[in-house]
Design a protein around this ligand. Structure first.
Ligand code: ADP
Ligand code: ZN
Length: 617
């Protein structure tokens, strides 16, 4: 079969996505390749299709058991023989899998890096025909990266020990220059074809909100997205517990995940989410690596993460099916402080003092850039793409900054009052004391510091504390003020502060107009619900639910997550096309021959019963 035929037959897709074809062709020509593509771009197909066309075996090295299981389950469902070799197998199962592998039953074998150097595996590898080693999540070889794994350093040793060097392909979603160079060097790729596809995920909406009450904001959001599945990321375990508990009390279908739970509970909760038993996952960043759930419609951040890399990775778990999804970060000033504490606590005993201080500095800088993301008035997508070394448009029309109307506000008077207050308190206090003083708050701390006797006390009593905070943030971002580097975050003067106080000048700031709360419903006409980002009418909506029930039934029988049977996108497609026979069914995105044979009839039965509806307007 040609690669196009394979794509259609096994995966049910009509055409390749950007970059896939080039990588596949290069691999088939025998070249090494490095594919740098964002999450959800479709990296797996780039090695899976060549694996089916090349003689012998493709070994896929992958860091996580969950990831391997998912991929292998997906392949088996699509009618491709694949297996994994990792520590989740008993010795007996492992022997058996190796036996089958020797007999040539699997074109694709997933293997954990720790396995590579074991005697038994090396013996197998040296007698088998291995045409490709594909390294998934290749950034794990780099100490610059987020997820360095020492076992990845062994890969090249393994490859070198093979009787004949197979072609090597590597894939990652991390795009920074250091990581890219590390991958090429450490894996010793030979003159690789390097492909970087755009990092932009056009189907994702990005938003930053600074609500006065985060919980309410999140609750509101969930209320408006009743049927959808999503993740809420929190910075700490404690916050996960609190938020999850409140949401459950408020009647939402919620589960949670963090490193403080037992292995057993983590596994169960993760499965509840993946198998659509629970709609919402509240989790720390411990959740998500290797989660391939394609119908995540939103990723909310209850707190700001420590850097843009983490944010983009976590947010990127939304909309992997290519349909519209939303990523919203709910920012609060405390987030910076919490992250700062994490950075300080991060003592890596393997690093010497100099390296440690360099790492710290780099982390600080990353945190600063993350914080700016929350304050920038520019297009968020543009900001993000620039961070990753690409240039976007300065207007994307699909982020909160682009969509919100901004007004320019003159905040010179507020700014001056602020500088005055910092001066009068002789640069001794942090953000909160300054804000409380200006606002005239009557708290124990204010009385203790005797700020209530300060001449600035209450000088901005008419401005909301929220607005005062916004302006103070603006002054920090613009460098009119700075924060001390120590743990106290004392508000300090800069050169620019003196200039403003003494030479005058104007401070302008773009402020979003207060949003009309809370409905965003379309004007006029019945409101259409959205499923997988597509508007459907009520009839289709009911059909979709019926198809979903069938999918769930099949998933239970086959013991796989529902999205492995068919993605949401495929179901939506069925609702729209309403195929009446096999031929029409194969037109549906994600329905290949093999899956049709397995499940097609059962879905057709439902679709035939509902018949083609009248032409839709
Ligand atoms: P990545 O590993 O890059 O994060 P995946 O390989 O998991 O992404 O692919 C993400 C989703 O896109 C999967 O559901 C996959 O089936 C789908 N996909 C991949 N290639 C295509 C294609 N050419 N057409 C349509 N869907 C595709
Ligand atoms: Zn934008």
């Amino acid at each position: 079969m040609t690669k196009e035929e394979l794509l259609k037959t096994y995966f049910g897709y009509d055409s390749f996505r950007e970059g896939q074809e080039l990588l596949i062709n290069s691999i088939l020509e025998g070249k090494d390749v490095l594919g740098i593509m964002p999450t959800g771009a479709g990296k797996s197909i780039c090695y899976q299709i060549p694996a089916l066309m090349l003689p012998g075996i493709t070994l896929v090295i992958s860091p996580l058991i969950s990831l391997m299981k998912d991929q292998v389950a997906g392949l088996n469902q699509a009618g491709i023989h694949a297996a994994f070799l990792n520590s989740s197998l008993t010795y007996g199962q492992y022997r058996k899998a190796l036996q089958y592998a020797r007999e040539g039953r699997y074109p694709i074998i997933y293997v954990a890096p720790e396995r590579l150097m074991t005697e038994e595996f090396q013996d197998f590898a040296s007698h088998a025909e291995i045409s490709m080693v594909a390294v998934d999540e290749a950034h794990c070889v780099s100490q610059w990266g987020q997820d360095f794994r020492p076992s990845y350093l062994k890969i090249v040793e393994f490859i070198n020990a093979l009787p004949k060097r197979p072609r090597v392909s590597a894939f990652t979603a991390t795009a920074t220059k250091e990581v890219k160079e590390d991958i090429i060097d450490i894996l010793m790729l030979r003159d690789p074809v390097v492909l970087t596809t755009g990092f932009d995920r056009k189907n994702l909406y990005f938003g930053v909100e600074t609500p006065k009450n985060k919980y309410e904001a999140v609750q509101n959001y969930l209320g408006q997205h009743q049927a959808e599945s999503g993740i809420i990321y929190c910075l700490t375990r404690k916050t996960v517990e609190e938020v999850a508990e409140k949401l459950i009390k408020d009647g939402f279908s919620v589960t949670r995940y963090h490193a403080g739970l037992s292995d057993q509970e983590r596994k169960k909760n993760q499965e509840d989410f993946i198998y659509d038993q629970c709609r919402i996952m509240v989790a720390t960043n411990a959740f998500g690596m290797g989660i391939d759930k394609s119908n995540v419609r939103f990723v909310l951040h209850y707190n700001m993460p420590k850097n843009m890399e983490s944010y983009y990775q976590e947010a990127g778990r939304a909309g992997r099916d290519g349909e519209r999804a939303e990523c919203i970060l709910f920012y609060g000033g405390q987030d910076v402080v919490t992250n700062q504490r994490f950075l300080e606590r991060n003592q890596n005993p393997e690093l010497d003092a100099l390296t440690l201080s360099l790492v710290r500095e780099r982390d600080q800088e990353r945190l600063r850039k993350m914080t700016y993301y929350c304050f920038t008035k520019e297009c968020l997508r543009d900001y993000m793409l620039r961070y990753f070394g690409e240039y976007g448009d300065n207007y994307c029309g699909n982020c909160s900054n682009c969509l919100r109307t901004f007004e320019t506000v003159d905040v010179t008077e507020i700014a001056k009052a602020m500088l005055q207050c910092v001066a009068e308190s002789r640069q001794r206090y942090g953000i909160n004391v300054i804000i409380d003083t200006l606002h005239g708050a009557n708290t124990a701390k204010i009385r203790q510091y005797r700020m209530d006797e300060n001449s600035c006390y209450g000088s901005l009593s008419k401005v909301s504390a929220h607005r005062i905070r916004q302006v103070l943030n603006h002054l920090l971002v613009e460098g009119f003020l700075s924060l001390s580097d120590d743990e106290y975050f004392i508000v300090r003067f800069t050169k620019k502060s003196a200039e403003l106080l003494h030479n005058g000048g104007q401070v302008l700031m773009k402020l979003a107009k207060e949003e009309e709360q809370p409905q965003k419903q379309a004007k006029g006409g019945a409101s259409k619900k959205k499923t997988a980002g597509i508007s459907m009418d009520e009839k289709d909506e009911t059909l979709f639910e019926t198809l979903r029930k069938l999918r769930m039934e099949i998933a239970r029988e086959a013991k796989v997550p529902p999205y492995i049977v068919f993605s949401d996108k495929s179901l939506v497609h069925m609702c729209i096309l309403k195929p009446q026979n096999k031929e029409e069914m194969l037109q549906v995105s994600g329905v290949g021959e093999y899956k049709y044979e397995k499940y097609g009839e059962r879905f057709l039965e439902i679709l035939k019963n509902c018949g083609k509806s009248e032409e839709k307007s």
